[in-house]
Design a protein around this ligand. Structure first.
Ligand code: OKP
Ligand code: ZN
Length: 345
């Protein structure tokens, strides 16, 4: 399978995040990509650096003010103090119910709260460039499919599925799956299905396409009653207006078994079959794996072969996009197993 990756992923390298009240090393690290690239190369897949400029697609999905906030965030942080060069900005206040969202504050930390759903999405010097190039890879993969290819895999970071129209969150800044989807639509696909198998609900992706029937979104994830992102991902979210019936959430209780997971997966695949999409975008989070440090599902290495095989049997042009997955040493095997299952379906 053709792999699209980016060198600049390394430049998004925040040092720490908050976890249960403590500063801990980031789970979402550059090594995640390196280990996947090593394994897919060893199994004979071709890796290229993405080159196409996705700026016009980014502008279809994200607000102008959010894009310029992201672009200027690090320089603004340094403007507060040059000592900030080795420090990380975090939001501290959010416009919850009763507070105004029609005024964008000028204070940089207040802007971080305005544009971020959580305090778990740290920014570093190279974040914009890395996120922009990950979106470029998603666009390049769509272009590759448009030229007649059957599949592609974007081995990129930061991930994207929590990022919405004008907010970041959950380690995500630009919605890469959304970029691939929007590009496929522009290239002439009338219907695109998005299958999100990350442990966490893809709230950003869902929200971007919630009122549209040209994009079907389905997701298998930890129940938001107990799992991140908590405030979206329930089964009663079915789409709105023209989009009603084109959103399918399949939340599973924390600690669900392999059998429970594959039952839900079967529902998702059948719904995609009924939709008859021209192309498929897979938000390939690898954190439903049993050893993932921040998740509670039980999938094994061989389950990822099965996932690839069952997706392959949909027999649609398919773009895989890496989302989460934090059991770093297992990521290469699990990612490469999906590709192997897909190609041998
Ligand atoms: C991103 B992806 C917050 C720690 C937990 C949320 C998990 C984000 C998962 N302080 N962060 O869907 O794998
Ligand atoms: Zn995840």
């Amino acid at each position: 399978m053709q792999i699209f990756s980016t060198i600049t992923q390394q430049l998004h390298a925040p040092q720490f995040e908050f976890f249960r009240g403590e500063r801990v090393p980031c789970f979402e690290t550059p090594s995640r990509i390196n280990i996947i690239l090593k394994e897919v190369a060893a199994r004979g897949h071709q890796v290229t650096n993405a080159t196409l400029d996705s700026q016009h697609i980014i502008e279809c999905l994200h607000s102008p003010r959010y894009i310029s906030f992201l672009q200027n965030a690090w320089p603004e942080w340094l403007r507060l103090s040059l000592n900030n060069v080795d420090k990380q900005p975090f939001p501290a206040v959010w416009p919850v119910r009763t507070l105004r969202t029609d005024r964008v504050p000028e204070n940089f930390i207040a802007k971080l709260g305005f544009y971020s759903m959580d305090n778990g999405t740290p920014i570093s010097a190279g974040t914009w460039l890395a996120a922009k190039n990950a979106a470029d890879a998603a666009y390049s993969a769509a272009d590759f499919i448009n030229q007649g290819a059957h599949s592609a895999f974007c081995v990129t970071r930061p991930p994207g599925h929590h990022a919405g129209y004008d907010f970041m969150g959950g380690y995500c800044f630009i919605n890469n799956a959304g970029i691939a989807t929007e590009a496929l639509r522009k290239f002439g696909c009338s219907r695109v299905a998005i299958l999100d198998v990350d442990y966490h609900h893809g709230n950003g992706t869902q929200s971007l396409f919630y009122e549209r029937c040209d994009v079907f979104f389905t997701s298998i994830h930890g129940d938001p009653r107990t799992e991140y992102p908590f405030f979206l991902g329930y089964e009663d979210e079915k789409g709105l207006g023209e989009g009603f019936g084109y959103n399918l959430n399949l939340p599973l209780p924390a600690g669900s078994t392999q059998t429970q997971w594959f039952n839900a997966f079967d529902h998702a695949l059948n719904a995609i079959r009924r939709y008859q999409p021209d192309a498929l975008v897979v938000s390939l989070g690898l954190d439903a794996y049993c050893e993932d440090p921040i998740s509670t599902f039980a999938l094994s290495h061989t389950d990822y072969l099965t996932i690839g095989k069952l997706i392959g049997r949909l027999n649609r042009p398919t773009i895989f996009i890496l989302e989460g997955g934090y059991a770093v040493t297992a990521l290469g095997i699990n990612a490469a197993n999906v590709l192997e299952g897909f190609e041998n379906s």
